[in-house]
Design a protein around this ligand. Structure first.
Ligand code: KG4
Ligand code: ZN
Length: 354
């Protein structure tokens, strides 16, 4: 069942074709260079960029595969959470394609798509605990099937990716700096006493990274030699001036985030002993410390681990097409009145079913 997936929730425009769980074609346009100079995503510019690049991506999508638009049987689109203007561009495009081809339209929850695409490499085992760690979200889910999810915990303020990006901003690294912090972190061992592991003095499964952000900002203020004099526009490690102590700071930051995640996941595993698998997804799932801790958790608790390849961790169209096809096969779809759900609001489970 050839499914078109459209992703435009933030600063990546992604299109993909998935058939029977396999990628037929995919393309991605990143706006990172456009926003880097502003130190973060500028919503108005992001929407305009999606609008500008979509027609070119559509042509690219069919250029190197043996399918045509008439072969599409389902159109899946990110309906939230995300930047409202950006979501609306993707939704408008999706509605046009679905209407033009007279095929069902399926709105996809971006966060569930991050989790579910982990099943592309090998089947997911239910019930699973799912951790989404991205630029906008840090949430723990329990899933009993590909259409049944309960949120067990979420961030009360900054997401893990935001903590990385804000720390990177303090260091005058180009946006989004999470990857650069991680690349420096692997060059040193962490000092486990340097930074606090935030919001652990409670029994819940929520996260709060604002305390870590403040501690980091204070530490950087006391070590001005860590800060890049000029912001590199290249986004490569080679383009940075790296103070000898900076990798240790980055490793300590990596550890503080990853170990906080470990403690919350262990707590969730204790509450749900029937868990068969840990699924870790989202942009920060590319982080070396998070990946290492996910591996340890699965070994220590004797459960399987699903974590997407680094290339599929950040936003892409494949995850939308992949989960869209699962939903379509289960008989779930939306009407042309499908609305966008901006960040901060819960994406409703409001499918019509066949
Ligand atoms: O999932 P994603 O592409 O977009 C959202 O849905 O938010 O996640 C982007 C986030 C950014 O904050 C970026 O800095 C972070 O993922 N990120 C990383 C790494 N690679 C990407 N953070 C830490 N370590 C990495 N290796
Ligand atoms: Zn995402």
């Amino acid at each position: 069942m050839l499914c078109l997936g459209i992703e435009s929730s933030c600063d990546e425009t992604g299109l993909a074709l998935v058939d029977n769980g396999l990628v037929v074609s995919s393309c991605l346009a990143s706006q990172v260079p456009v926003h880097a100079v502003f130190g973060g995503v500028v919503p108005e510019i992001a929407s305009r960029e999606h609008l500008r690049v979509l027609p070119g991506l559509w042509a690219d999508l069919f250029r190197n595969c043996d399918r045509s638009p008439q072969d599409i049987r389902l159109v899946a689109v990110t309906r939230g959470p995300g930047l409202l203007g950006s979501l609306l561009v993707g939704l408008g495009f999706a509605k046009g394609v679905a209407m033009g081809l007279s095929v069902p339209l399926i709105g996809v929850d971006h966060l569930l798509a991050h989790l579910m695409v982990s099943g592309m490499a090998s089947p997911l085992e239910f019930p699973f605990l799912g951790l989404v760690v991205s630029g906008g979200h840090t949430s723990i889910y329990r899933s009993e099937s590909s259409t049944s999810f309960t949120v067990l915990g979420r961030t009360l303020d900054d997401a893990a990716g935001e903590a990385f990006d804000k720390t990177a901003k303090c260091l005058n690294l180009p946006y989004p700096g999470g990857r650069l912090i991680d690349e420096m972190a692997v060059l040193a061992e962490p000092d486990r006493k340097m930074l606090p592991r935030p919001y652990l003095d409670n029994q819940n499964l929520d996260f709060s990274f604002s305390g870590l952000k403040t501690a980091t900002a204070n530490l950087i203020a006391s070590r001005p030699e860590f800060v890049q004099r000029h912001m590199s526009t290249e986004g490569t490690l080679a383009s940075l001036t790296i103070h000898p102590d900076l990798p240790e700071f980055c490793a300590s930051f990596n550890w503080a985030v990853a170990d906080t995640i470990r403690i919350k996941i262990e707590r969730a595993l204790a509450r749900y002993p029937d868990t068969r698998m840990l699924v870790v997804a989202g942009g920060v799932a590319a982080n070396s410390a998070v990946r290492a801790i996910a591996g340890q958790l699965s070994q220590v608790h004797g459960i399987s681990l699903a974590i997407p390849d680094v290339g599929l961790c950040s936003d892409n169209g494949v995850m939308i097409a992949y989960y869209g096809e699962i939903l379509g096969r289960a008989g779930f779809f939306h009407g042309q009145d499908l609305d966008a759900v901006p960040r901060g609001r819960k994406v409703p489970w409001d499918y019509r079913s066949i």
